[in-house]
Unconditional design. Structure first.
Length: 147
């Protein structure tokens, strides 16, 4: 993976451990599509869960080239961290253990506190394995001026 850093950068691995939303951009015959997703950064891949109602796995099967954007923004502090990935994805068989690691990242380790949608996984779920080719890493934070 080639990392392209802006003038100001940040630790990518630390950033990817945060429970942030990613935006998966895919191609379709009707034009580009954007899907907000949760992700797990593991072994150099971004992993995303696809459910039977999701259409992005179908688009990935047709066209594996895609992009993922992730932003950590806080208007109170002026923090703006951005990672923009380009690469290819594949649809892989579902792995409940990987899914649980992903859900733990967002929901905490106490599975009793999880919504039933996350406890009871559909056997028809899939995993999207995104292989990054390049990533642009930029800290675009700004100074917050007093009122």
């Amino acid at each position: 993976m080639k990392i392209i850093k802006g003038k100001s950068s940040f630790d990518l691995d630390e950033f990817l451990m945060k429970p942030l939303f990613a935006h998966l951009s895919t191609s379709s015959t009707e034009g580009p599509r954007d899907s907000p997703v949760w992700f797990l950064w593991e072994d150099g891949y971004l992993w995303i869960i696809g459910t039977p109602g999701d259409t992005f796995p179908l688009r990935i099967n047709t066209e594996p080239n895609c992009a993922i954007g992730i932003v950590d923004f806080d208007s109170r502090t002026g923090k703006v961290l951005h990672a923009g990935f380009r690469g290819k994805a594949t649809v892989e068989p579902f792995d409940i253990n990987l899914a649980k690691r992903l859900f733990t990242k967002y929901l905490g380790s106490n599975e009793n506190m999880w919504d039933s949608r996350f406890k009871d996984q559909d056997p028809n779920n899939v995993l999207l394995r995104f292989v990054p080719e390049t990533v642009v890493v930029r800290d675009q934070s700004y100074v917050v001026m007093g009122e």
